[in-house]
Design a protein around this ligand. Sequence first.
Ligand code: CO
Length: 168
Amino acid sequence: MTKPLLTEIDHVAIAVRDLDAAIAWYEEVLGAEVVHRELVEPDGVEEALVAVAESYIQLLSPTREDSPVARFLARRGEGLHHVGYRVADCAEALDAVKRGGGAVVDDAPRPGSRGTTVAFVHPKSSFGTLIELVQEGRPAGAADEAARGAARGAADEAAEDEAGTGPH
Ligand code: CO
């Protein structure tokens, strides 16, 4: 029996074409609050985190036409993009996926938005849903922003495949 690695749902990510319109809908119709907004330039995405109890809805919209989220919108339209699970140790959870024969988008943990450390699991291993493993904070000696850019190159290649999905 494997010990439980997923501690909570961190976020459910939804790809949208118009970030401001999506934010307005959540705020005005559902009374939700945007607690974080971030431009993640290496991923070509702008995100807004809408708080739902201890989790978030992560609204994603592309900032350029060659980003993975732009390709996702072109192929599939708006909708569910990935699910982020909180883990205590991103590297440990990623290793568990690899040991289980799973395909990964990120070969090693990398900096995510909101100061987190993340790695994506390929949807072909996780029954059709792109999964993001999310660890709070950055481990000591974590890669800096320059290294993040290098890591993104490999992930973008993986995102080009038939799945039509990719990290944001
Ligand atoms: Co995410």
